[in-house]
Design a protein. Structure first.
Length: 239
């Protein structure tokens, strides 16, 4: 499903309302809310809004468990860290126990070994069904999502829940939920907007199936919901 807004500012409260509703529903039905946050610039306004009293008081943060969809393998105090950004704009402003936050980075361990550890952390919370209640994603202008970049071996990974690999084009390790893990989620929300995303978004939604070129096309929930939140600039004439 694609919901088109006039501009990116209209996306923010809509996305925040989805977050709150998903949290309330999960906690009411299962006792906990398990979320995978996204990095980049797209969710920043939503995180800021969720941190305001009007929104943060609607969620029982004691029962929220936070993971990330992907991360650059950089220290948590690095400005490139998705965890640092998310904490700065949201998590530092809500009453969530520190033990409920699972950053995708750890000192003194390789990214590959930590991917195995991170998978076990997820399993300890969601159990074997592997279902996140909500996974937030962005999309790059090359059609990548999380750290599922075009033409990378990770795109074929079906057994691991979490994978780490060296991304040559960025000269760094990345760690990511795999497409098969993302697709188990009860709800997936993709926030992507702006004219620079137009070509990739339209190829993902309306073009031929070519996930090696546009990895976002791999995101197809098994029995959950998939929602794209976008704007007129990104969608262009296709609506």
């Amino acid at each position: 499903m694609v919901t088109i807004f006039n501009n990116k500012e209209e996306i923010t409260p809509y996305a925040a309302d989805i977050f709150v509703a998903a949290a309330q529903k999960a906690i009411q039905e299962r006792g906990i809310f398990v979320i995978a946050l996204t990095g980049g610039s797209s969710p920043v306004a939503m995180y800021k809004l969720l941190a305001t009293p009007h929104y943060r008081t609607k969620i029982d943060w004691n029962n929220v468990f936070v993971f990330w969809g992907d991360e650059r393998w950089v220290p948590l105090d690095d400005d490139r860290s998705n965890a640092k950004m998310s904490c700065h704009h949201l998590l530092n402003h809500v009453a969530i126990p520190k033990a409920n936050i699972f950053p995708m980075y750890k000192t003194g361990i390789t990214s590959q070994d930590y991917a195995l550890e991170y998978e076990q952390s997820i399993k300890s919370i969601v159990r074997e069904d592997g279902k996140f209640d909500l996974i937030l994603l962005g999309m790059g202008d090359d059609g990548h999502t999380a750290s599922l970049f075009p033409a990378q071996v990770v795109l074929q990974e079906n057994s691991k829940w979490v994978s780490a690999y060296y991304l040559e084009s960025q000269n760094m390790d990345r760690i990511t939920l795999t497409a098969s893990t993302i697709n188990k989620a009860r709800e997936i929300v993709v926030i992507t907007y702006g004219e620079n995303k137009s070509n990739a978004l339209n190829e993902v939604l309306y073009g031929d199936y070519n996930p090696q070129k546009y990895p976002m096309q791999l995101i197809k929930p098994l029995d959950g919901k998939l929602l794209f939140l976008t704007d007129q600039a990104a969608i262009g004439t296709n609506q």
